[in-house]
Design a protein around this ligand. Structure first.
Ligand SMILES: NC(=O)c1ccc[n+]([C@@H]2O[C@H](COP(=O)([O-])OP(=O)(O)OC[C@H]3O[C@@H](n4cnc5c(N)ncnc54)[C@H](O)[C@@H]3O)[C@@H](O)[C@H]2O)c1
Ligand SMILES: O=C(O)C(=O)C[C@]1(C(=O)O)C=C[C@@H](O)C=C1
Length: 370
């Protein structure tokens, strides 16, 4: 059946979802809305969308499903506007905003109008913005929150099924949470880390002020911890201001944690310092183990690698030379004098098969996933 999908905010997330819908449902009509006409031109030229508008009111009435994918403050504003528009009966409205309490509070406006609003949030993304950074497999194997508050009476299970079918090509794992739970969880695992990453960059910048030395000296540790400080400042201002109290509490708790570390250093308490790092290491190590046991990617390859310096680099070199795009790499096991196992993730079956072939040609043993 033909459906018309309106995506409001055709940036990294809106563009990536449009690409995935296009692949899965080529017969659907996709209309993009963006105040940035470059995004619309880019999307039209590449046939990511069929049509583009600068204003939601110019096309919302045609939609079977409206996906709000602009920054949170715009989503809130456009929800207000949508309540004033003539929409198709049975239309489904959903969003991808990074915070959910304010959005779900506003969603109650739709209930009386018989409009299905489903709060959502794909838990993947990038520090890069705009449609030029979008890709169809951005969300592969990621969690996608759906907000339970609205799922009790309305919208119907049928609307949720319809949304999940539309987004089937994203290959996500659905996770149902309440708006309150959602904002608590993401404050901890996404919002506070962004605040800290930017704080570290600002502090380091101050440190080097007036010096001939610079942040270019920073190696892997600083660079991997602060990648997300390159994210969009406007988007993050919206996120922080729509999750205020939770973040104020999280910052207080983090302050206390820093005070404990400071006290341990002050008193040269070796055990306390070691425990601080040890506890974190055990937890951090287990994230990858959990991820690989519970959420195998669709196109994964497992490769035995010898226990010697440079063997991981050797694998990536082979793939780079063969021009194969690797989307993720996990070291599953490397212990002294034991061969390690690498989990390599690809975005499609062709890349996976080519990678298996290239690695075998270099004498590596591929143990699963062909
Ligand atoms: N970036 C991430 O990692 C990530 C992940 C999950 C969810 N989100 C959420 O997704 C949403 C979009 O984020 P993004 O990363 O795609 O940002 P983005 O900056 O790449 O895209 C946002 C798009 O919205 C457009 N826009 C801004 N104001 C508009 C308006 N008034 N009308 C129409 N379009 C407008 C912008 O021109 C831009 O193209 C945000 O709500 C964000 O919180 C982001
Ligand atoms: O990978 C990144 O760059 C991201 O910041 C993605 C990230 C996050 O993990 O915090 C950012 C905001 C979203 O709401 C969800 C995902």
């Amino acid at each position: 059946m033909m459906k018309t999908i309106v995506i409001d905010g055709l940036g990294l997330i809106g563009g990536s979802i449009a690409l995935a819908i296009r692949q899965q449902w080529p017969q659907y009509k996709i209309i993009g809305v963006d105040i940035n006409h470059h995004s619309l031109t880019y999307a039209k030229e590449r046939e990511i969308i069929d049509d583009g508008f600068a204003q939601l009111q110019n096309c919302a009435g045609k939609a079977d499903i409206i996906l709000l994918a602009a920054p949170v403050s715009v989503i809130l504003k456009h929800m207000d506007q949508l309540t004033q528009m003539q929409l198709k009966p049975g239309v489904i409205i959903t969003d991808v905003g990074s915070t959910k309490k304010q959005i779900m509070a506003k969603a109650s406006l739709f209930i009386d109008q018989g409009i299905h609003f489903i709060g959502g949030h794909p838990m993947a993304g990038s520090h890069k913005t705009t449609i030029t950074a979008s890709r169809a497999n951005l969300f592969q194997s990621a969690y996608y929150f759906l907000i339970s508050d609205t799922l009790n009476d309305r919208p119907s299970k049928k609307a949720v099924d319809e949304l999940q079918a539309l987004l089937f090509g994203l290959n996500v794992k659905w996770q149902l949470v309440s708006a309150r739970q959602h904002d608590q969880i993401v404050a901890q695992i996404s919002h506070l880390p962004h605040i800290l990453a930017s704080g570290l960059v600002n502090m380091a910048q101050d440190e080097f002020r007036g010096s001939t030395l610079s942040l270019k000296l920073a190696a892997g540790g600083f660079r991997s911890l602060t990648r997300i400080a390159s994210s969009d400042p406007d988007m993050w201002t919206d996120i922080l201001l729509s999750n205020r109290q939770t973040l104020i509490d999280k910052i207080d708790t983090f302050n206390e944690l820093l005070q404990h570390v400071k006290a341990a250093i002050l008193s040269s308490d070796r055990t306390a310092i070691r425990n601080y790092f040890r506890r974190a290491k055990i937890t951090r190590d287990s994230i990858n183990a959990q991820a690989s046991s519970h959420s195998p990617n669709f196109y994964d390859l497992f490769v035995n690698i010898p226990d010697r310096v440079g063997s991981v680099a050797e694998v990536t070199r082979i793939l780079t030379e063969a021009e194969i795009n690797l989307i993720n790499i996990h070291i599953l096991e490397i212990r002294e004098e034991i061969n390690g196992v690498l989990q390599l993730s690809f975005s499609n079956q062709n890349d996976l098969a080519d990678a298996a072939c290239a690695l075998k040609q270099h004498g590596l043993s591929v143990i699963r996933g062909e």
